[in-house]
Design a protein around this ligand. Structure first.
Ligand SMILES: *Cc1c(COP(=O)(O)O)cnc(C)c1O
Length: 424
């Protein structure tokens, strides 16, 4: 057992008292602490120098109250589909949008041009041609483009990364040689894009290469991306206005108290910007903004011993919170003991000092936390509050599998002490 297996509780008082007040049939429930989310996002923003713009990657958690709570802290939102585009526009009207993602359909491209998205992250030459075709039909439309590039990043720099998306074969972005070709298409006065060239403005480069980087690794990556982009701009004599260096700031599920070092990151970006006067940097984190401000709360239905190990079966499971199953971790949690047992039979309890927290699905993969010491003494009827469920949780889960009911959604707002619940 390492120190890290005993999870430090992160549920705020507002969340714990709200969960304690719910009826069993109201569980499981996602509970968000919106004042905590606002405070976290404001602190992230405050750590960034002036020429760094903060966008929120909506795919991490696109729930409307979450998007709205971030509005004051972020410069804009990154969307990666026509669906996200329409949804985010409705949830936070007027907010600047960056539109990315591979495989944009002609209809999505047209809708995004009509919506006047702030920045376009172009993933291929084919996408440029499609974009040009849409512009040809809309004489007044103008789009500002960043080329998404799959850069070869320095060997070793990303070895520790959970989910590397760059520097190796992927469906994302343009390889460096294709990026050169795309720049030529956009900057040369002749060629297939020439008729709309002035309305298809190359503003810079986008790169989202990795996920799970600590601040120092992230800074090293940003240095590489900006250096490469500056050389590209110099070779082709275009003005490098902006570089979007993506998201992927680390979130450590084994240590809920740990945070990405935004202060060190902001200071490092400031030094980099001193060497690039006039350049705008943009970052688009998802997970590191919202993971900490959502919880998945539920009730223990049963506790049983199987071949020497304790299992606590909870309402819900990985069809609501798939993250631990896909990432192969134990979701950190805290427990809320519920006193009183109204039944005439014995109350089952964890007696081995640890338990595996499983859900209701008929598959051995439905495990939220494996052999967790934090489950010592847990009884049927007690409540469990899973931490770090504010990102890539509900919206990436397989909700329909086994047809269990959906969880409730509770957005706590107002002064933290009151914990006023707004039902979603
Ligand atoms: C998913 C994604 C992000 C956000 O990544 P996080 O790991 O949640 O910070 C940002 N940009 C792009 C292009 C993405 O695909």
């Amino acid at each position: 057992m390492t120190a890290k297996t005993t999870a430090k509780m992160t549920a705020t008082e507002a969340v714990r008292s709200h969960v304690a007040g719910l009826e069993p049939e109201q569980l499981p429930a996602y509970v968000y602490d919106l004042p905590a989310l606002r405070a976290h996002a404001a602190a992230v923003r405050a750590a960034l120098p002036e020429r760094v713009e903060l966008y929120y990657a909506a795919k991490a958690n696109p729930e409307a109250p979450v998007l709205a709570a971030l509005r004051d802290a972020v410069h804009g939102y990154e969307v990666s589909s026509g669906g996200e585009l329409a949804h985010v526009r409705a949830a936070v009207p007027g907010a600047p949008l960056a539109f990315g993602g591979p495989g944009k359909t002609p209809a999505e491209i047209a809708a995004a041009v009509d919506a006047g998205v702030h920045r376009w992250h172009v993933e291929s030459e084919q996408e440029l041609y499609r974009l040009a075709a849409v512009l040809a039909d809309r004489p007044d439309a103008v789009v500002d483009v960043l080329l998404r590039v799959n850069l070869p990043v320095g060997a070793g720099a990303l070895d520790s990364v959970a989910l590397a998306m760059g520097g190796r074969p992927t469906p994302f972005g343009l390889d460096p040689d294709r990026a050169e070709a795309a720049v030529r298409l956009l900057t040369e006065p002749v060629g297939p894009l020439a008729p709309v060239r002035r309305r298809l403005r190359l503003r810079g480069v986008h790169a989202h290469l990795a996920s799970g980087l600590a601040a120092a690794e992230q800074l090293a990556l940003v240095e590489q991306i900006v250096g490469w982009s500056a050389r590209l701009a110099e070779r082709h004599a275009f003005a490098l206005d902006e570089v979007n260096v993506g998201g992927g700031m680390a979130v450590d599920y084994a240590d809920p108290g740990a945070r990405f070092d935004w202060t060190a990151f902001g200071e490092g970006l400031g030094k980099l910007l001193d060497r690039h006067p006039g350049l705008i940097l943009r970052i688009e984190p998802g997970r590191a903004l919202t993971a900490y401000c959502g919880w998945y709360a539920t009730e223990v239905l049963d506790v049983k011993r199987s071949h020497g190990e304790d299992f606590a079966v909870v309402r819900g499971g990985t069809h609501h919170l798939r993250t631990p199953a896909t990432r192969g971790h134990s979701q950190p949690f805290s427990t809320l003991p519920v006193d009183g047992w109204p039944h005439p039979w014995e109350r089952p309890a964890v007696t081995t000092g640890r338990a595996t927290l499983a859900g209701q699905l008929c598959t051995p993969k439905d495990v939220l936390a494996h052999a967790a010491p934090a489950a010592a003494g847990l009884r049927a009827g007690d409540r469990v509050v899973f931490d770090m469920a504010g990102a890539y949780a509900w919206n990436i889960s397989h909700h329909e599998f086994l047809m269990h009911p959906r969880p409730g959604f509770h957005y706590l707002d107002g002064p933290a002490e009151d914990g006023v619940a707004v039902e979603g």
